[in-house]
Design a binder for this molecule. Structure first.
Ligand SMILES: [Zn+2]
Length: 601
């Protein structure tokens, strides 16, 4: 059995790259974690007989593709048959040896031998096996993606801050499929997507996959010649105009893409809308901000005014940009702005567009629905010739913000959202506040100036009401000091992701969770993923009673915090806790078995 234990301090400098044996720049995934039964092999309940091991179709070839790409592999599996005495350690080892005979070697095996009654931290959906696998592989959960066939696998991965792909079988429940951030037909399909996503943000490392998604034109000049400085070029541009014209959360998730551009440009000017201005000021890498309301992006636009368009074109020309990278969401078009940029004389324009762009774009990039928004932005930047540099990490990041006024260790509850379809109903949030306070958590309720009434009602006499009392930077400071944030699909969820603060996500399914959920941070998703508002993109809930979130039970939030390892810290502790992320390693409970097979082989 090949197991590598790399201490945390060694990880920073030495990147794991089993395949090529070279240090690599930032990329999404170092490792793929695999559930065993129903994902790698046919599920034979409590199997202790190697003769009964049968690989799923295409599994060997799929795993070999991952190995060839330099990804490390670990199996993470619940085997409560051990606790129940249904098979022995030796039988389990024989089964795992047979799995390796059929599927090739794994770099680590992580087994939970407990049953549900043990209260261990490793039995999925608890995240302990994911943490242990990441440690064994010398990486972090954020750089792992787990493939599994049931909701427990997905929950464990997300609670550790890893990503997850569900490969449903006939026994997978519909709501588990609906709740998953990402669904593939089978293991080979999941592997194809993992490698495609990896290549999309790092095309130079995957020369065979430069057209990372079908339909991308790549960096091609308007005349059809390859544009100077493709994705592999190490060049330094002059002024690049980057664009993200909608709300705070949208601007925050574009941050990694903007950082990638900034790493290669002398000057970065960000064009944003008024709703995104405060978030734009938090982004590293932005040298100047131009604020303008774009009538084809703003959710509450006025009529198009020719004088206003002329003024905007003039402002864009005055920026003196050598090129522009227009970031959009999947339901927005970059083309109206591209026309103005052309009119303003910008020589090279890159954007994601499914619509035919004619001569408006030099780099027309395409991304399928469901890819996380920050990855979408990173892949556009990479396609435009601006990969995230080696020293940066694919993660949300913000400039320094004011420190929180409260002693750390509290839980932030943010009930509101600019789009009411994504807001937590006040009576539900009030119940959550009472339950949290009753369990010993210190609760801070946050909200914008127009949400004061709601935050006062939610806080009642059990929580601190900060509603309307913070600007976005101050709110970011409050979030940064939190042990966890309970929030819908709205800006503060992305603030939490930027600070590595675990999120209990009250996620209305109006847009895909995989695309808009908190990125690369420990997360538990709550709310009905199958509610009728699913994929409607509605700003106001189209369903009477707002059923996706109105049925969230306070005890579910308490369970989510337990899963995240966030315990009540009712008495403010001295300053030593100031910078410690509170997610921690979870409770002291029975530990996983690190290896159950093959060590003598
Ligand atoms: Zn366990």
């Amino acid at each position: 059995m090949r197991q590598d234990h790399v201490e945390p301090h060694q990880r920073r400098s030495a990147r794991v790259d089993a395949g090529a044996g070279r240090l690599r720049g930032p990329r999404l995934f170092d490792a793929v974690l695999l559930d065993r039964d129903g994902t790698l092999v046919h599920d034979v309940p409590y199997n202790g007989d190697p003769e009964k091991v049968r690989a799923l179709p295409g599994a060997r070839e799929a795993l070999d593709r991952l190995r060839a790409a330099g990804l490390r592999l670990a199996v993470v599996t619940n085997q409560s048959g051990l606790a129940r005495g249904l098979f022995t350690e030796a039988q389990l080892a024989a089964v795992h040896a047979r799995v390796e005979d059929l599927l090739g070697p794994f770099d680590a095996w992580l087994v939970c031998p407990h049953d549900d009654g043990a209260g261990c931290g490793c039995r999925k959906p608890a995240p302990g096996l994911v943490h242990a696998a990441a440690r064994a592989l010398g990486t972090t959960p954020a750089r792992c993606v787990l493939v599994g066939d049931i909701g427990r696998d997905v929950t464990a991965a997300l609670a550790a801050g890893a990503q997850a792909v569900l490969v449903p079988t006939p026994v997978t429940r519909r709501e588990e499929v609906d709740a998953a951030p990402w669904v593939a037909a089978d293991l080979p399909g999941a592997v194809g997507e993992i490698l495609r996503r990896q290549a999309a943000v790092d095309p130079a490392a995957h020369p065979g996959s430069s057209a990372s998604y079908p339909g991308s034109s790549g960096p091609v000049g308007r005349d059809g010649r390859a544009a100077t400085g493709g994705p592999t070029a190490d060049r330094r541009s002059g002024t690049v105009l980057v664009v993200r014209a909608d709300s705070a959360g949208d601007v925050l998730v574009t941050g990694p893409g903007i950082r990638a551009v900034a790493a290669h440009a002398r000057r970065v000017v960000l064009l944003c809308g008024p709703r995104g201005r405060a978030a734009a000021e938090l982004l590293p890498g932005v040298d100047e901000i131009v604020e303008h309301r774009l009538p084809w992006i703003d959710p509450d636009p006025g009529p198009v005014d020719p004088a206003d368009i002329a003024a905007l074109t003039g402002r864009l020309a005055a920026v003196g940009a050598d090129e522009a990278v227009v970031f959009t969401s999947f339901h927005q078009s970059p083309l109206p702005l591209a026309l103005l940029l052309r009119t303003a004389g910008v020589a090279r324009i890159s954007a994601i567009s499914d619509d035919y762009p004619g001569s408006l774009l030099d780099v027309r990039h395409r991304v399928p629905v469901g890819v996380p928004e920050p990855e979408r932005a990173l892949s556009l930047a990479a396609a435009a010739g601006y990969p995230l540099p080696d020293h940066d990490e694919p993660a949300l990041r913000l400039r320094a913000v004011p420190p929180p006024v409260q002693a750390p260790g509290y839980v932030v509850l943010h009930p509101g959202s600019a789009a009411s379809a994504r807001a937590c109903p006040p009576q539900v949030a009030a119940g959550i506040a009472r339950a949290l306070a009753g369990a010993g958590y210190r609760v801070l309720v946050t909200g914008g100036p127009d949400e004061r009434e709601v935050t006062a009602r939610v806080a009642g006499d059990v929580a601190v009401d900060l509603g309307g009392g913070t600007d976005l930077a101050e709110l970011a400071g409050v979030v940064a000091g939190a042990a966890a944030v309970v929030v819908g699909n709205t800006g503060p969820a992305h603030l939490a992701a930027a600070y590595g603060v675990p999120v209990v996500s009250l996620f209305a399914p109006t847009v895909p969770f995989g695309q808009w959920g908190p990125w690369r941070v420990p997360t538990v998703r709550l709310g009905d993923p199958s509610a009728p508002c699913r994929d409607t993109r509605a700003a106001a809930c189209p369903v009477p009673g707002h059923p996706c979130l109105s049925r969230v039970e306070p005890r579910e939030v308490l369970g989510a915090l337990r899963l995240l390892g966030v315990t009540p810290q009712p008495v403010p502790r001295p300053a030593l806790a100031a910078s410690a992320p509170a997610s921690a390693a979870g409770p002291a409970v029975p530990a996983p078995v690190a290896s159950a097979a093959g060590s003598g082989r």
